[in-house]
Design a protein around this ligand. Structure first.
Ligand code: PDD
Length: 287
C-alpha cells in the first residue's frame, strides 16, 4: 500500500501530494513542524508536542490553521489511512503561499498544512539502539531561536550529514564557549562520575525537547539526580555514560564522542534502564 499525505484539507498519494512553489516554507523556511512517535496507533507525548506547536506558531506569528481538536483528528486520520501501528507522524505548518517578499503577506494568507506518517519497526530499532552509536561534534552555528521548532534546519542537516560520513549516528553541537548545546536532531545527555544526569538548560539556545521533558520527570521519580546546566565537551568525553533523546530516537546510548570512548564504550546501565522506562511509559500514556 502506498503512503498517503494530508495537504490542506485533502488526502493524496504521497507521490501526488504537493505544495505551491511560492510557499513561504519553501522560499524562506517560514514554518514550523512537530514529530510524534506513534505507538499502537496512538500519539506519544501527545500534549507536550501540541503545546510546543502552539508556542512555535505564536513565536512566528502564524495563525493556527485549525483548532487542536481538528488537527488531532487529521493527524489520526493520516495515521489510520497509512495503517501505522508503530511509527512517526510529521506535521508541518507554514505561513502559506504569497508572491515572494521577505515581509509577511498582508493581509495574512491561509497557512499550509502538511502531514505525513511512516511506519517504523520499533523492535528492530530497539535492537539497533541498544548497541549504542557514536557521535561526532560540530560547532553550533545555528540562529539564535532554536527554541522555535522551525523547518529552517540547514545547519542541522549539514551536521547530520557530516556524522553520517564519519560513520556516526549523530552530531553534537558545541557552542563558542565549549559547551554542548544539543544534537542535530536530538537533545544531549550525560551521566557524570557522581551518577548525576546532566542535560543543557532551556535558557540556552536549544530546542525544548518533549522527550527530554518526559525523561526529566521520570528520572526525578526514580530518584536519579538531575542537573539542567551546561556541560563541556571535555566533561562529556569523561562521562560515565552519554545518550541522546528525541521522539524519533527515544533514548539512544552514545558509546564514543569524536572517536573517544565514553565510559567502557558500551551503552550504560542508567541509559538502558531509563530507555526501558521511557518507552514503557510513552506507550502506556500514548493517546
Ligand atoms: N527532532 N533538538 C533538535 C534540534 C531536534 O530537532 C529535536 C527533534 C530534538 C528532540 O525533541 P523531541 O524530544 O521533542 O523530539 C532536540 C525531530 C524528531 C526531527 O527533527 O525529526
Amino acid at each position: 500500500m502506498g503512503r498517503i499525505a494530508y495537504v490542506n484539507g485533502r488526502y493524496a498519494p504521497l507521490s501526488e501530494a504537493s505544495v505551491h512553489i511560492e510557499d513561504r516554507g519553501f522560499q524562506f523556511a517560514d514554518g514550523v513542524y512537530e514529530v510524534w512517535a506513534v505507538m499502537d496507533g496512538r500519539l506519544a507525548d501527545h500534549a507536550g508536542h501540541f503545546s510546543r506547536l502552539w508556542r512555535s506558531l505564536g513565536e512566528l506569528q502564524i495563525d493556527p490553521p485549525m483548532s487542536e481538536a481538528a488537527l488531532d483528528r487529521v493527524l489520526r486520520e493520516t495515521i489510520r489511512r497509512n495503517r501505522i501501528k508503530d511509527g512517526i507522524v510529521y506535521l508541518q505548518i507554514t505561513r502559506g503561499v504569497a508572491r515572494r517578499d521577505h515581509a509577511f503577506p498582508n493581509p495574512a494568507v491561509a497557512p499550509t498544512v502538511v502531514i505525513t506518517a511512516k511506519p517504523q519497526d520499533f523492535a528492530a530499532l530497539d535492537k539497533k539502539a541498544r548497541a549504542g552509536t557514536r557521535v561526532i561534534t560540530r560547532p553550533d552555528n545555528r540562529w539564535g531561536r532554536c527554541d522555535v521548532k522551525t523547518v529552517g534546519l540547514l545547519p542541522n542537516a549539514l551536521a547530520k550529514q557530516a556524522a553520517k560520513e564519519a560513520g556516526a549516528g549523530e552530531a553534537w553541537l558545541v557552542d563558542a564557549d565549549g559547551y554542548v548545546t544539543e544534537g542535530s536532531s536530538t537533545n544531549a545527555w550525560i551521566v557524570d562520575a557522581e551518577g548525576r544526569l546532566r542535560t543543557r538548560d532551556t535558557g540556552a539556545n536549544i530546542l525544548r525537547g518533549i522527550t527530554r521533558l518526559t525523561l526529566l520527570d521520570l528520572a526525578r521519580e526514580c530518584q536519579v539526580e538531575v542537573v539542567e546546566a551546561p556541560f563541556t565537551l571535555a566533561e562529556a568525553k569523561a562521562a560515565k555514560e552519554a545518550f541522546f533523546t528525541a521522539a524519533s530516537a527515544f533514548l539512544t546510548p552514545v558509546t564514543a564522542i569524536d572517536g573517544e570512548q565514553v565510559g567502557d564504550g558500551l551503552p550504560g546501565p542508567v541509559t538502558l534502564r531509563l530507555r526501558d522506562l521511557y518507552v514503557r511509559r510513552a506507550r502506556e500514556r500514548a493517546i
